[in-house]
Design a protein around this ligand. Sequence first.
Ligand code: CA
Length: 227
Amino acid sequence: MASILIIEDDQRIRERITRALAERGHAIDARRSGFEGLSVALEEQPDVVVLDLGLPDIDGTEVLKMIRAVSNVPVIVATARSEESTIVSLLDAGADDYVIKPYSVDHLEARIRALLRRLDDPAASAVITIGGLVIDRSGREASLDGMELDLSRKEFDLLAHLAGRIGEVISKRELLAEVWREPYGGSDSTIDVHLSWLRRKLGESAAEPRYLRTVRGVGVKLIDPTA
Ligand code: CA
């Protein structure tokens, strides 16, 4: 059971989802406008927010950014727009997961469960040290040689995922599924781009790698270059 905030302006969808999730034992707060939803998200700190993107008063993407500026509350975005670029930019803007409309309550609830399980993982709260790199997964902070790294949400997620299995080659397919939540699609170039940004912030390059080692045709691994 979870406390769930639904931000959805379509009355039919809002009532259907609210009723079905409440029947399953969840505590639901449903709001029809972006600003109302935003204030509830920040004041009530629900376990998870389900955010419609097409809202009457403010674009859902803006609501997402405003939530993300001040809160780590998990957000699942509900979107009718299925283009990959939109989804990638939503995930980069801080969405934890997404559902494509129209979606079933079963599907939404499964996504909520998976998300909460992932966040509950005790391993996810550990601080990991690899050489000069320190990754605090619960605080979502990373530093290199004592200097704090300014990482985007996805760069951090990517680094944290690799840090969970130091020295192990992780396939791009897995990264797309686990970090980008795109088990069936997505493109390797999404990962390549984020890897190159991450590399730059770690002060290394593909030609002169230190922590991030690409294994051609297989995937990427995080290693301790000082070991
Ligand atoms: Ca809408």
